[in-house]
Design a protein around this ligand. Sequence first.
Ligand code: RP5
Length: 162
Amino acid sequence: AVPVVGIIMGSNSDWPIMKHACDTLDTLGVANEAKVMSAHRTPERVEEYCKTAKARGIKVIIAGAGMSAALPGVIAAQTTLPVLGVPMENAKVASLDGILSILQMPAGIPVGALAVGRAGAINAGLLAGAILALSDEAVSQAIDKFRADQAAAVPIDPIDPV
Ligand code: RP5
């Protein structure tokens, strides 16, 4: 299937976290692609991706980055597709700077800022799905099922820790 969500990360070291966005979209049945490109290390790759994404059929971009975390904003500057930003957390990244880089976008170039790390990556996948669900009944039903399955998996009586 032609990918409709692009998952972009600043480094291969972001993949263990960003894979959660990919897995979430797979669960919803949303065709997606994952690519590594950096606003700083491979700026031409980012520019090329942004220039061609919409024409290729991409509808939402999820961008994950750590450290200075310029990537989501740089992508948003070069495409009018919705961009969801996920700040990374890992051993070598001081995450507050990354959070603020993604959060404090200047008026006029929006980035939807998600939570840090795994939760943000999963929610970026769900939010991308929700955007697509506005015009895709199959994705809408997949989100309903995800919510129902999630609710069913929450025990009403607490389970002792092992
Ligand atoms: C950012 O710097 C990446 O998004 C990553 O989170 C961080 C560290 O990158 P590596 O040095 O692990 O490649 O550009």
